[in-house]
Write a protein that binds this ligand. Sequence first.
Ligand code: S3P
Length: 201
Amino acid sequence: MANKARGNIYLIGFSGTGKSNSGRQAAGMLGWEFFEMDDEIEAAAGKSIPQIFEEDGEERFREIETGVLRRAAARSGLVVSTGGGVPTREENRKLMAETGVVIRLTASPETISDRLAASARRRGRALRPLLGSDAPVERVRALLAEREEAYATADSQIDTDGLRHFDVASLIVDTWSHLSQMAEHADQAGPANTEGPRDDD
Ligand code: S3P
């Protein structure tokens, strides 16, 4: 539990839930470093994410992704914006759970689809190989359902529908503060906490 309180904040959740924008602002509020996994993956591979998927395949992408997550997990005081597929690997879930608090950002499939299609239009290209440029709501819904169990392992979750990045960032900081206080208390209570009441309680 000690690592939970003193480690990193991992933001997990589907593309388009605002992990990057809100995470960057939350890092600013805390005076922590922001760690954007997708950027780190592109730097490590020397090419864009769509190129990695196209030239090397998804499995290779997932290997690079886990390597980048290991680098983040070896540090502390980071707000980590994870890629949407990170929690689908058990190894990744374990790494995050052992080295920080895990906060899931959610949004409705309609909101996600609208946000991703708008972002692809703005940039003139699709950035998420698994979703294409129009991120159809049915495809989003199906992938969300497939991943629900993995996402549900988070310590806490924040619904971002209708919220500004700044509001989500404030909620991330509040949630982290609450979770790390609970972890500190659990540490102080020690193993006696798991035993039944003593006679003198
Ligand atoms: C992915 C999400 C993307 C990126 C890659 C795969 C996924 O990250 O890692 O396209 O499997 O959901 P964002 O969640 O930052 O869009």
